[in-house]
Design a protein around this ligand. Structure first.
Ligand SMILES: *Cc1c(COP(=O)(O)O)cnc(C)c1O
Length: 360
């Protein structure tokens, strides 16, 4: 496999227009000048790796992904540090998870060197797209689709791997704000033997109606229970969940195959163990959560994922109940994890586990 070919965008966004776009980019709407692209076919394997101008895809309407949703993705951020250097946060973990997701969806596994190499090459090509604002980053979206033109139901014989880069502002502009959760007793996100642990678009498609209901009920986000007993807390639509107790211990649901193994989740577990906290990866029921919040045994809860890093949970509601977590604000432990993790990511604290991957 030759190194990435570089086809510079012949008509990049002019610098003044770029400056306007990245001044306050929010999330997911501002894209850079280039994208990474690698093809896979049964006969050639991975081939045609390149960094090329970001452009519209032309796809045949019978392209497999449009019908049977063979699609997986990842999400990670590149940070520009105060000294001007650029680093990714744990991209090796994203590469490994991408291979796991691929296997579950009967897709070819992309070697880690190509996954990380494509991101490095793209970030280098679009280094001018880092927002200069504090907390800004370049959000990377690697994904793979079944690109074979065929309506038969089978694993496709052709795939397209791509990486997009998107300028992202600070998630917590104006300060951290606790979210309210709606507990879905009607919809499930994943079941035993399903795709809950794979990062596939289909999981998001099934979560949207529940998220819509959460909004209708006046909440910010939905939290799902297990599909079998409708009792054990699993995760949000796109974030894992943690519970903090008055004895200083923390707990998160175990990786049983129905929840997504978050890299932020794993990093928080590591930081907690480093700090000598008691950590449990154990099931926690909705009834217990409510009882513990009401008795004061539970003091904080937070969600976590790449986009927001750590999100405090203030209120929880279900069809015939509602309860407040702690004082309804951002708890100390929650804030401590948010600060600790973002400090490492932004190169402002030591990196004892070698989580930063320098690009340059
Ligand atoms: C991506 C994702 C997460 C968070 O994973 P991170 O690696 O921490 O970003 C949690 N839940 C779901 C369903 C996800 O897709």
């Amino acid at each position: 496999m030759p190194p990435f070919a570089f086809e510079p965008n012949p008509a990049p966004i002019p610098a003044t227009e770029r400056a306007t776009r990245i001044a306050d980019p929010a999330f997911g709407r501002v894209f850079t000048d280039h994208m990474a692209l690698i093809r896979w076919s049964e006969d050639k394997g991975w081939h045609d790796a390149k960094i090329t101008a970001r452009a519209t895809l032309t796809v045949d309407p019978a392209t497999a992904v449009l019908h049977y949703a063979q699609e997986i993705f990842e999400g990670l951020k590149a940070y520009r540090h105060d000294d001007g250097s650029v680093a990714l946060f744990r991209p090796e973990a994203n590469a490994a998870r991408f291979r796991d997701s691929a296997r579950r969806m009967a897709m070819p596994e992309l070697p880690d060197e190509l996954f990380i190499g494509s991101i490095e090459a793209l970030v280098k090509a679009d280094a001018d797209w880092f927002p200069a604002i504090d907390g800004g980053s370049l959000y990377l979206r690697p994904f793979m689709i079944a690109s074979e033109v065929f309506l038969g139901v089978k694993p496709a014989a052709e795939y397209l791997f791509m990486v997009l880069a998107s300028s992202a502002g600070s998630y917590w502009k104006g300060g951290v704000r606790p979210v309210s959760l709606w507990v879905s007793h009607e919809y499930s996100r994943a079941g035993a033997g399903g795709t809950g642990a794979a990062k596939c678009g289909g999981n998001y498609a099934t979560s949207l109606v529940a998220q819509q209901e959460a909004i209708r009920r006046g909440c910010d986000q939905v939290v799902f229970l297990d599909a079998a007993e409708r009792r054990w807390i699993e995760e949000l639509g796109g974030m894992n969940i943690f519970f903090v107790f008055d004895d200083g211990s923390i707990q998160t649901p175990p990786l049983t195959g129905t929840i997504l193994p978050g890299i932020t989740r794993d990093s928080i577990l590591r930081l907690a163990r480093d700090a000598g906290l008691t950590v449990r990866e154990e099931l926690y029921s909705i009834d217990q959560w409510r009882a513990d919040a009401e008795s004061g045994r539970l003091t904080e809860s937070f969600a976590c994922g790449t986009a927001a890093v750590v999100t405090p949970i203030g209120q929880v509601s279900g069809p015939d109940y509602g309860f407040t977590i702690g004082s309804g604000g951002t708890g100390q432990t929650t804030q401590r994890f948010l600060d600790a993790l973002t400090a490492i990511q932004r190169g402002r604290a030591p990196d004892p586990h070698g989580w930063l991957h320098a690009i340059g």
